[in-house]
Design a protein around this ligand. Structure first.
Ligand code: SF4
Length: 483
């Protein structure tokens, strides 16, 4: 695609990527949609652009480049992206030098149609093309599209610009080799690649140096991480040895990649938190086979039993899709019954929607939208009741909360996560973001534990770090599924 920025930019001496007249730095606005991997990619992009002299601004009206990091997982991604870009076009119309850039999975998945429908988008860059962004923004290549999938790109050498908050999300592997029939990820993010262990450890050390107390290792199938003869369990053990790391989480593992080494690390390492997100998708063997998930229900059930045996009290969450082509009422009921049996702590529940380019795209749909909606409502009601029961079991117990910042309500309260990834809200007097607080759980809803502080176990200053920690905002927290 040919950029029109140069034609439209009336400002002398302000070619893209260079400082503005008077030496003012170029300003970029970056908006992110989708899963935690995308949020982490945006941190990577911010780091890259900062090294190229760009300054991140919070308002598109102030920006010389407006970038939108997109997600192709949900329905109508193309329409939603176009809708957003149509809103953002006003900035280009009033300030013609502004560049509009589309990043992320939609860039890879829908580039042809987007080029046709929105030729005024200046650059289109997929998840493996971010290294070229500074050059692309300078207008140094024409057309300004970089959507090739790269089997080697891990960005292992690039430091992300981490968002504020006590938790760091660090990508340790990219891509996916599983090709579940409903999923676009292998087509938008390419094949599996693991960062070297030393690169991960360096990022963890750097995050700790910035005041992070918890690290979340990310990957589309994070436990498929392998490098130089090490497996994911080895990586967890090495991360746990980094001085200053207090909590370690990871998401999302794939059931087929859970090995004894990983379970051993979870059971044996105090710093690996007792929470596991283990996507199920369906509890019907025929549906699992049609999804090509690579496991059957018995295998999944036995795996979960083994994990719960080895790590008593572990919280478990999952993903479920209802209405996959061919899912009968009996298949759906099998899933409903399995949720009852398993009593997940929480679950991300979705209606199936076909994604162009996937194998399931070609399978005729058999469950209409109304029926999908009905099944989804049934599962939501069931899971809400289970989550409430699970939360109520916590009342009267003590827990440790890593405080993230002020709670939206009630006033004067803060919120944070327990070791098993439950959201707790507590009175905030004398408590700062980044504090680890001992609490007693006094009440519970399906989504939140209401807690009373018993004492601050440790503060950021108490562990000898000085980074200022403010409230994390805008994170689709927990929305880090393997889908
Ligand atoms: S659902 Fe997860 S495991 Fe399956 S193809 Fe998508 S990213 Fe890979």
């Amino acid at each position: 695609m040919t950029s029109r920025a140069d034609d439209l930019d009336g400002r002398p001496g302000s070619s893209p990527g260079e400082a503005l007249p008077g030496g003012a730095p170029r300003r970029v606005f970056l908006e992110t949609y989708g899963c935690q991997m995308n949020v982490a990619d945006s941190e990577l992009v911010r780091g890259l652009l900062a090294r190229d002299g760009w300054v991140v601004v919070p308002d598109p009206a102030e920006a010389d480049a407006i970038l939108v990091n997109t997600c192709a997982i949900r329905e109508n991604a193309e329409e939603r992206v176009l809708g957003r870009f149509t809103q953002l076009l006003q900035h280009k119309q009033t300030r013609p030098g502004v560049q509009l850039g589309l990043l992320g999975c939609v860039a890879t998945h829908q580039r042809e149609r987007l080029l046709d429908r929105a030729p005024w988008i200046d650059l289109i860059v997929g998840p493996d093309g971010y290294r070229d962004l500074p050059e692309l923004l300078r207008g140094g290549t024409d057309p300004r599209i970089e959507v090739r999938l790269d089997r080697d790109e891990t960005y292992a050498d690039l430091a992300p610009d981490l968002a504020p908050g006590p938790r760091a999300f660090l990508t340790v592997m990219r891509g996916c080799d599983k090709f579940c029939t409903f999923c676009v990820v292998p087509f938008t993010r390419g094949r599996e690649r693991s960062l070297p262990a030393e690169a991960v450890l360096e990022q963890v050390r750097s995050a700790v140096g910035e005041g992070k107390r918890e690290v979340v290792l990310l990957g589309q199938t994070v436990n498929a991480w392998r490098h130089d003869g090490l497996d994911f369990g080895d990586l967890l053990r090495r991360v746990a040895r980094v001085p200053g790391v207090e909590r370690i989480r990871f998401t999302s593992p794939h059931p087929s990649d859970v090995g004894e080494s990983m379970i051993d690390a979870m059971a044996g390492e105090e710093k690996v938190m007792p929470w596991l997100h283990l996507p199920l998708q369906s509890a019907s063997d025929p549906v699992l086979a049609a999804m090509q998930r690579g496991y059957g229900l018995d295998e999944y059930r036995r795996l979960l039993e083994r994990i719960r045996e080895r790590i008593p009290g572990i919280a478990v969450s999952t993903d479920v899709i209802v209405g996959f082509p061919g899912e009968t009422e009996a298949d759906f009921e099998a899933t409903e019954n399995f949720l009852r049996e398993t009593r997940y702590d929480f679950a991300y529940l979705f209606k199936y929607s076909a994604r162009e380019g996937t194998r399931a795209w070609k399978i005729e749909e058999t469950v209409d939208e109304a029926e999908k909606g009905r099944r989804l409502e049934r599962l939501i009601a069931l899971q809400e009741a289970i989550s409430l029961e699970r939360h109520r079991e916590q009342v009267g117990r003590e827990a440790e909360v890593l405080v993230e910042g002020p709670s939206k309500r009630p006033p004067g309260h803060v919120h944070g996560k327990t070791r098993d990834f439950k959201t707790a809200v507590l009175p905030g007097d004398g408590i700062e973001a980044g504090d680890l607080v001992r609490v007693r759980i006094e009440d519970a809803t399906a989504h939140t534990l209401l807690a009373r502080p018993l004492g601050i176990a440790s503060t950021l200053e108490g562990v000898g770090r000085s980074a200022s920690v403010t409230r994390e905002s805008g994170r689709p927290e927990g929305d880090v599924t393997s889908r």
